[in-house]
Design a protein around this ligand. Structure first.
Ligand code: SAM
Ligand code: SF4
Length: 332
């Protein structure tokens, strides 16, 4: 019998957070995330919604308290609300969250809130329609803006905007993005681009714009106050004096966060990835399908997988990517 009720890796890191990708597909084609001619996984190879819930439950039985549903664009998966409804009822799960590009939120925000989702992250890299279109290769900013408004109207406890900042693409918009977050009373995080997969658009080293440069750009206009607040993840948070808005930085290059890593990722095909920036993985789809009525082998496989979690990523913007999977496959 599986005795273990918490997940610990070889380096003493306690894993209590799982990101589950419910699809690698997306209605956008962001230039840093995927190549223009990306091929998606055949639908027949994806975990079913029931299998996703089953694996999610197994993680909670092993002490995981936070699950984020992501993708690809999670809200493009048919009937995905079932996953939220069912995971939202799992006792022991303290937080069920979502990362989305927002385009489907006008349709789903209310149902997600009803399913118990309290916090969501919405990605938006530019407020300029033409630029937004260029960065997403096909996106209509009005859809994402409508999604943000729908999320605000649905009354989530916390909405955070995510923006990947690229030099000469959108670095000059950091003030506008923070101004927008303040106006809407939302939080915002700035993310350094990670070298996952071949994207065929730009040279990632040339487009690097560090979190510290963003911070100094912001300091020219705002009084930025460091905080010790944390959401249990790699973000470093600051406050804008006199405002409720928090500004976070996810800085895989300039401030390595691997020592604090508390998470693993499940791909839409059921591959458990132990590190965002390494290939160590375990095929959980095979385990659930070989054991349709017994969860013990699944829990044992998850516990054993912790021994494979590597010490950290080796991101190097100057080198060819060593990780060939894209972020939409990884479940960012
Ligand atoms: N489609 C949803 C969205 O865009 O929010 C969820 C999936 S997306 C892969 C999750 C997050 O990863 C987004 O905030 C996106 O900007 C970020 N992301 C994608 N590719 C990235 C990369 N190469 N480096 C850093 N962040 C990336
Ligand atoms: Fe789609 Fe999100 Fe990747 Fe953009 S970052 S292409 S919205 S999965």
């Amino acid at each position: 019998m599986t005795q273990q009720t918490s997940l610990m890796d070889r380096f003493g890191r306690h894993v209590d957070y799982v990101r589950i990708s419910v699809t690698d597909r997306c209605d956008l084609r962001c230039i840093y995330c995927m190549s223009e001619d990306i091929r998606f996984v055949p639908r027949s190879q994806l975990l079913t919604l029931e299998e996703i819930v089953r694996i999610g439950r197994a993680f909670v039985a092993l002490g995981v308290t936070k699950i984020r549903i992501t993708g690809g664009e999670p809200l493009t998966r048919k009937n995905v609300v079932k996953v939220f409804d069912q995971l939202g009822r799992v006792s022991g799960l303290k937080e069920l969250t979502l990362t989305t590009n927002g385009t489907q939120l006008p349709r789903y925000a209310g149902a997600l809130r009803d399913a118990g989702v309290k916090r969501i992250n919405i990605s938006i890299d530019s407020l300029q329609p033409d630029r937004f279109h260029a960065i997403t290769r096909n996106g209509d900013i009005d859809k994402t803006l409508a999604g943000i408004d729908a999320a605000i109207a649905a009354g989530f406890e916390r909405i955070k905007l995510n923006a990947v900042i690229l030099k000469n693409r959108n670095h000059d918009e950091v003030l506008d993005l923070v101004g927008f977050a303040i106006e809407k009373r939302l939080d915002i995080s700035f993310i350094e681009e990670m070298p996952l997969g071949i994207i065929g658009d730009h040279d990632r080293a040339e487009a690097y714009y560090s979190s510290d440069r963003i911070l100094s750009d912001l300091r020219e206009h705002y009084e930025i106050v460091p905080t010790t607040e944390t959401t249990g993840g790699p973000s470093r948070y600051f406050r804008i004096a006199g405002q409720p808005t928090r500004v976070g930085f996810i800085s895989p290059h300039s401030h390595n966060f691997c020592d604090l890593c508390n998470r693993v990722r499940l791909t839409a095909e059921g591959r458990l990835l132990l590190c965002l920036g390494q290939e160590h993985s375990v095929d959980l789809r095979r385990v659930v399908r070989a054991n349709p009525t017994d969860d013990r082998p699944l829990r044992d496989a998850i516990v054993a997988a912790m021994q494979l979690k590597p010490k950290g990523h080796d991101f190097n913007l100057e080198a060819q990517p060593v990780i060939f999977r894209h972020m939409n496959t990884t479940g960012g």
